[in-house]
Design a protein around this ligand. Structure first.
Ligand code: G6P
Ligand code: MG
Length: 261
């Protein structure tokens, strides 16, 4: 039974994904590395350092550690300049209402973000007070799709992983949720998030209880189909084994049939 929600930040609660994109694109431009929306999609949910490493790899470049540190600081300074103007109007459609109604319905709420800037941003847009617990890039080092950010969130909420539903906009985040043993709601398109239990464009107009019931039903159907598939596989395997035994018996018997009587 689902008792808590774990929310990603960028692209789920606030529209900061565009600012990460602009800052990385500016840096890639200075390094002479091509960087477009396809590349950016692969950086969603990925930590700052891992993002820099990916961009450098796409450009066939490597940098010594002090240069890496300098670019991470520069990218972050640009990013913070872009986000400084954000207000409560930049909370994504339906997100604040969903957080409030989930709390009212008795669900526990945690943040599970790779960003080291998560807490000041939540405070800036006025929704930090809606969280029971937060886990961000300062608490965990392993990047999504590693499940640790969500496992730590569940731990802080005092819930088991199977009692948590993750809301994510990144393929890496959906994978992290599934690896943690949680339900996963994707925000975006089914093409970008094929592994999610369900995908919605945003949280607008969603009722937490109905959404939970729907995802639980989908997960149960998947588990049922999986169990049936496994049973069918076992059946096929035992039929195969029986056929093999049968033909081995026949093989063993065959020479005898040719023995002179
Ligand atoms: C989120 C974003 C990524 C970003 C990462 C680290 O996961 O989706 O695009 O790189 O956080 O953010 P930070 O604010 O610490 O640079
Ligand atoms: Mg995100």
């Amino acid at each position: 039974m689902i008792r808590g929600f774990l929310f990603d930040l960028d692209g789920v609660l606030v529209d900061t994904a565009k600012f990460h994109f602009l800052a990385w694109q500016r840096m890639a431009g200075e390094l002479g590395i091509a960087f477009g929306h396809d590349e950016n999609e692969q950086l969603k949910g990925v930590s700052r350092r891992a993002s820099l490493e990916k961009i450098l790899a796409w450009g066939g470049q490597t940098l010594p550690e002090p240069e890496m540190e300098r670019w991470m600081a520069t990218k972050n300074a640009w990013y913070l300049e872009y986000v400084a103007s954000m207000t409560s109007a930049d909370v994504l459609p339906g997100a604040a209402e969903f957080l409030r109604s989930a709390r009212e319905a008795g669900y526990r709420i945690a943040l599970g973000s790779a960003s080291k800037n998560a807490l000041p941003i939540l405070e800036l847009v006025g929704i930090l007070n809606l969280f029971d617990a937060t886990v961000d890039g300062n608490d965990v080092t392993a990047s999504k799709p590693d499940p640790s950010v969500f496992l730590e969130g569940a731990r802080k909420l005092n819930l088991q992983p199977h009692e948590c539903l993750v809301v994510e906009d990144a393929a890496a985040g959906i994978e992290a949720a599934l690896r943690a043993g949680m339900l996963a709601l994707g925000l975006g398109t089914p093409e970008a998030l094929p592994q999610a239990h369900r995908v919605l464009p945003d949280l607008q107009g969603q009722d937490p209880r109905s959404l939970v019931a729907d995802l639980e039903a989908r997960a149960a159907a998947i588990a049922h189909a999986g169990a049936e598939g496994a049973a069918a596989e076992r059946l096929a395997a035992s039929a195969h084994a029986a056929a093999a035994t049968h033909s081995a018996t026949e093989d063993a018997a065959t020479p005898n049939t040719h023995l002179p009587s």
